[in-house]
Design a protein around this ligand. Structure first.
Ligand code: 5AD
Ligand code: SF4
Length: 474
């Protein structure tokens, strides 16, 4: 029997009781109560915020989209780069006047940023109107923290969990009724030298397959069409739950079981680590009915020397091998990557290696980042930190090359008919509708509000760098 690190039913029952307590408090107050949730960072944070919203609803709050009317504000923070932290701190600063106007307002800060000691101290000393903080591994404690805050009338600093466990059965309020995020595991054990994630999200722990499969099954039954499985490194799924007899169940097994669910939907997943992207996983994708032929495989750098310093545990040849195998099994696969420029000690030659790999792999899309030193990570202490000017100059060169490749890669799609899931009106232009192909490429077209959430056939009439343009056929 495989053993998963799940919070006991008895613990979860205690948390449901706290939900009930807050609900009763809110009902007894005789007035409507509102919750405002502000989210920074990655999809994992977006998924976490959907749980926070679910708990707030269960506690009797109406989730609202403006902080001005809120009785509770939860800021879900990110720590991946300095910029994300600065934005969160600035927003928290802006909430000071709301608290001054309404002293009963509860302001809570959670997520990756406040799992770091120095940021906890920042909140403690520089933002005295914040009522409580809790890390990304303690989401389920929100109702308990509200009760304690009200009863004890003092600020609370929820300590990091002694043991990192999965909390099943938390209520969820999904933002979309056709696209969904499903976490399959939490935490990370990789300790890439630039990355703060293992320090703020704790060790890897996988959800039980049966919990994930039934969640996906319910979503498909409810009409969801695009479901993304989330984890910091999904390819490690199940490694923390090997049975006494050596019995294993890995991410490829999970995908293959999910794929058996009947319906018209796509399964996507992120993020994958190249060191354990297996042939078995690619074979499952290639022969599946529902797994989108799209792969996000962060390469980070095209220099073997830099990859070693990053502790990535693969080299460019291994990376290329995975790409070639993927394209052999799924010629239509779209591949995207994360790239960091300006890692400590990155020479012009190392950077040239990254540009060369971009030209060899020809990614459909890359997400590029300027290296940002993170307090407490090994890379922040490395010598040879790169000058900001050089970093941004390399960043611009990288974008220029990648934009050209993306443009060229989109050209063969001109004239084809693509199955597109309509997301609704485009955020940039209300008169145009936007959707995504199986490969997750953006398509813009003229549509109707009734198209939202539906699969459409779109004939591509123009292919550009960041989007395809087309005409609706049905
Ligand atoms: N600086 C810049 N980018 C980073 N990433 C992670 N840590 C850092 C950092 N310190 C990038 C990686 C990762 C993505 C989510 O963020 O490319 O894949
Ligand atoms: Fe960070 Fe590396 Fe873990 Fe990704 S795999 S979250 S980059 S430590």
């Amino acid at each position: 029997m495989r053993k998963y690190k799940i919070l006991s039913e008895c613990e979860m029952k205690k948390h449901s009781e706290y939900i009930e307590k807050v609900r009763t408090m809110n009902l007894n107050s005789g007035v409507d109560k509102y919750a405002y949730i502000q989210t920074f960072g990655c999809q994992q944070n977006v998924a976490d915020s959907e749980r926070i919203a679910g708990m707030c609803e269960a506690m009797g709050y109406t989730v609202c989209d403006t902080p001005d009317v809120a009785d509770i504000i939860v800021v879900n923070t990110c720590a991946i780069r300095e910029h994300a932290e600065k934005r969160a701190l600035s927003i928290i600063g802006q909430f000071k006047h709301l608290k001054a106007k309404k002293p009963s307002l509860i302001i809570a800060v959670c997520g990756c940023m406040v799992a770091q000691e120095h940021r906890r101290n920042d909140i403690k000393f520089r933002y005295p109107y914040v009522d409580f903080i809790f890390g990304a591994s303690s989401l389920f404690r929100l109702p308990q923290l509200i009760v304690e805050r009200v009863q004890k009338q003092k600020r609370l600093y929820c300590p990091e969990e002694k043991e990192y466990l999965v909390a099943e059965g938390m209520p969820v309020r999904r933002e979309s009724n056709f696209k969904a995020w499903v976490s399959v595991m939490y935490g990370c054990n990789n300790f890439c030298t630039y990355c703060i994630v293992p320090y703020v999200r704790g060790r890897e722990r996988s959800r039980r397959p049966e919990d994930i499969i039934s969640e996906v099954g319910e979503l498909v039954f409810a009409g969801y069409k695009d479901i993304t499985l989330l984890g910091q490194n999904v390819n490690s799924y199940g490694k923390d739950a090997i049975g006494d007899d050596g019995e294993t169940y890995d991410f490829a097994d999970l995908l293959s079981d999910i794929d058996k669910i009947e319906g018209d939907y796509y399964i996507r997943f992120m993020t994958s680590h190249p060191k354990d992207a297996s042939k078995k996983l690619i074979d499952v994708m290639a022969s599946s009915k529902h797994i989108a032929h799209q792969f996000h495989l962060p390469m980070q750098s095209g220099s073997d020397e830099v990859l070693k310093k990053m502790n990535r545990r693969y080299d460019t040849e291994r990376y290329m091998g995975i790409v070639e195998y993927m394209r052999e099994k799924m010629p239509d696969v779209t591949i995207s990557s994360d790239i960091i420029v300006g890692f400590p000690g990155e020479t012009e030659e190392d950077f040239q290696g990254t540009l060369d790999m971009l030209s060899r792999v020809r990614f459909d899309m890359t997400y590029s980042f300027i290296y940002s030193p993170r307090n407490g990570t090994p890379a922040a202490k490395m010598e040879d930190q790169i000058d900001d000017k050089i970093k941004s100059e390399r960043f611009d060169r990288l974008l220029e090359l990648q934009n050209r490749i993306a443009y060229e890669k989109n050209q063969p799609l001109f004239g084809t008919v693509q199955k597109v899931l309509c997301d609704g009106r485009s955020k940039n232009n209300e008169n145009v509708f936007s959707g995504r192909t199986e490969g997750n490429k953006i398509v813009l077209f003229e549509g109707n509000d009734s198209d939202t959430g539906k699969f459409l056939n779109i004939k591509i009439t123009r292919a550009d760098t960041f989007a395809l343009y087309g005409e609706k056929l049905n």
